[in-house]
Design a protein around this ligand. Structure first.
Ligand SMILES: Nc1nc(=O)c2c([nH]1)NC[C@@H]1CN(c3ccc(C(=O)N[C@@H](CCC(=O)O)C(=O)O)cc3)CN21
Ligand SMILES: O=c1ccn([C@H]2C[C@H](O)[C@@H](COP(=O)(O)O)O2)c(=O)[nH]1
Length: 282
């Protein structure tokens, strides 16, 4: 929580205004932020200075791991975050590759699970990583990347948290996640939860202890219409971090693909300040 608040304060104190052509809303921006989550010691990085809808963040991660490509699939597991980008962005609505209502195109999990190869077959990045890590192998390229510039025009948005590198050292699994663009009031609240849960889940299904997750952000910003609310949030005193319990019956990638729901993730001792509804720029 402290590192999140420090980043928010840094943006308020040192941020520079940058026009944004895609959304038409300018952003107060800083470059480079390094966040760290102690997954092994269950220091769950959930916001306490406002109510956080952490189950939607976990559902979004599950959708990515399953290779979902439709906002309807995300809604069905408790996540509404893709409705606007799939159905309200004019550039995507005008794109001939969009396959109709709720289609997101070839984004995130589609690239992670079904990367298109030149010979017409597809590559499952996640299955390879799970298979290697389960055998204790780290080939120094256990990389899950959603970033495929050759297919940007086939998707509704370029991935923001785009690459996850897994590393084995001693008896622990580590994660380094890279994010090119970060909406600090809205997106980061979700992305922190996702880095933490991704490492915890991958450690659990591959039979390793979890170490730390390192979250590296290039462009961290606050949209102009969010700034006053963020200053209000910054006046609040944080509560102690809650703890997260993950169902120990989750043991494989197939489990994640088939029966896992957000009910398999239980939060303990979550104390929070009232919700703040931040504007969302499409
Ligand atoms: N401008 C923008 N910011 C983002 O953070 C973002 C995008 N676009 N587009 C793609 C995804 C979608 N994401 C989203 C979208 C909506 C919420 C959101 O509305 N969160 C609310 C309520 C969540 C709920 O009720 O489930 C929140 O208070 O956190 C969060 C992340 C993150 N990404
Ligand atoms: O997981 C996510 C997904 C998206 N965001 C934010 C970051 C930006 O504000 C927008 C994407 O806009 P671009 O013009 O494509 O950079 O969505 C996030 O913070 N986290």
């Amino acid at each position: 929580m402290r590192q999140y608040l420090q980043l928010c304060q840094r943006i308020v104190d040192e941020g520079i205004w940058v026009e944004n052509a895609r959304t038409g809303t300018r952003c107060l921006t800083v470059i480079n932020a390094d966040l760290e989550y102690d997954v092994g010691n269950n220091q769950f990085p959930l916001l306490t200075t406002r109510k956080s809808y952490y189950k939607a963040a976990i559902a979004e991660l599950l959708g990515y791991l399953r290779g979902y490509d439709s906002a309807a699939q995300f809604r069905a597991i408790g996540c509404n975050t893709w409705n606007a980008n799939a159905n309200e962005n004019q550039a995507w609505l005008d794109n001939p590759h969009r396959k109709g209502e709720d289609d997101m195109g070839r984004v995130y999990g589609v690239q992670g699970r079904r990367w298109q190869k030149p010979d017409g077959s597809t590559l499952d990045q996640l299955a390879k990583i799970v298979s290697n890590l389960s055998k204790g192998i780290d080939d120094r390229a256990e990389i899950l990347t959603f970033y495929n510039p050759g297919e940007f025009e086939l998707g509704c948005l370029r991935p923001c948290m785009h690459t996850h590198t897994f590393s084995l050292l001693g008896d622990k699994l580590y994660l380094t996640s890279y994010q090119r663009s970060c909406d600090v009031p809205l997106g980061l609240n979700f992305n922190q939860v996702q880095c933490f849960v991704l490492l915890a889940l991958m450690a659990q299904i591959t039979g390793h202890k979890a170490g730390k997750a390192y979250h590296k952000i290039a462009n961290a910003h606050v949209y102009e219409n969010q700034l006053e609310l963020l200053k209000l949030q910054l006046q609040r005193e944080p509560y102690p971090s809650p703890r997260l319990t993950i169902n120990p019956e989750i043991r494989s990638l197939t489990d994640l693909e088939t029966w896992v729901t957000t009910d398999d993730f239980v939060l303990h001792d979550y104390q929070y300040h009232p919700a703040i509804k931040y504007p969302f720029s499409v």
